[in-house]
Design a protein around this ligand. Structure first.
Ligand SMILES: C[S@@+](CC[C@H](N)C(=O)[O-])C[C@H]1O[C@@H](n2cnc3c(N)ncnc32)[C@H](O)[C@@H]1O
Length: 253
């Protein structure tokens, strides 16, 4: 098991900037697609586990009257999410290894799965999602990139709050070695505090970019019945959503 994406400053001392860097409204499109999968599931999805829940920006759209458990490796990101999702249970843990001792109607692994950069770890996350999925339940995985959809490029974003804070970032993505399973995202965050102080933080993240066949092999190897959907493309490359259904007949671990 290699180091997870828990060492990045973005998810540690910069966590309080997350709602400005990546505002919750930007997750509405993804949440609508995920909600469609939940709505199609029978029986209805009432309990949800979000592995790698970050600031809880997706969870905010999916909670409603559901019981939602949010797991993230970063205590700082969980603190941010608690502000937005006070009704959800928050648990600190690694999405590859945490065992909560119960199962859910649906397991979601949204873009946190990007921080899985080798096939052994991806297998652990998928196996863990399966272990937490009730028989007949679904698991939804939303990577930003697959090997087939990845296009090198650049982008920018950001936002502000009502207290005079402002954040913006630039992003440049490249694939240093097409022979491996990750790409490089080089960010520069510009953070303007309410008192006018400006901090510029450059940070490079390794993000997983697995072949679709790898995803499907790992999903089926643990027992999921799979489907592939399209996700909104953030204005750049299209994205795919992997959906696994745990068969009814399977015994719970
Ligand atoms: C892009 S953010 C997720 C944003 C989230 N989709 C939201 O709605 O706010 C990525 C998150 O993955 C978390 N993460 C990275 N590696 C992890 C791991 N092995 N287990 C759990 N969380 C992890 C980071 O701490 C970070 O909060």
């Amino acid at each position: 098991m290699t180091e997870p994406g828990d060492s990045y400053r973005l998810y540690r001392e910069l966590a309080g900037w997350w709602p400005l860097i990546s505002p919750p409204g930007e997750y509405a499109g993804d949440a609508a697609v995920i909600e469609r999968e939940f709505a199609a599931a029978r029986p209805a999805v009432r309990t949800v586990l979000d592995l790698g829940s970050g600031g809880g920006h997706v969870a905010r759209y999916l909670s409603g009257d559901r019981s939602v458990t949010l797991v993230d490796i970063s205590a700082e990101m969980l603190a941010v999410s608690r502000e937005l999702n006070p009704g959800c249970l928050h648990v600190q843990g690694d999405m590859r290894t945490i065992r909560l001792g119960r199962v859910y109607d649906a397991v979601l692994v949204h873009d946190a799965v990007d921080y899985v950069t080798n096939q052994d770890d991806l297998g652990l996350v998928i196996g863990n999602a399966y272990a937490h999925c009730r028989p007949g339940g679904i698991a939804v995985f939303a990577p930003d990139h697959t090997a087939e959809t990845f296009r090198p490029g650049s982008g920018a974003g950001g936002g502000h709050d009502g207290n005079g804070r402002q954040a913006s970032f630039t992003e440049r993505t490249t694939d240093p070695d097409p022979g491996d399973d990750w790409i490089l995202a080089e960010y520069e965050f510009t953070l303007r505090d309410a008192d006018g102080t400006v901090t510029v933080v450059p940070e490079a993240h390794r993000l997983g970019s697995f072949q679709r066949a790898t995803w499907l092999r790992l999903l089926t190897s643990v027992g999921f019945i799979t489907a592939v959907r399209r996700l909104p493309g953030h204005g750049r490359s299209p994205r795919v959503l992997f959906v696994g259904r745990r068969p009814l007949a399977d015994a719970v671990e």
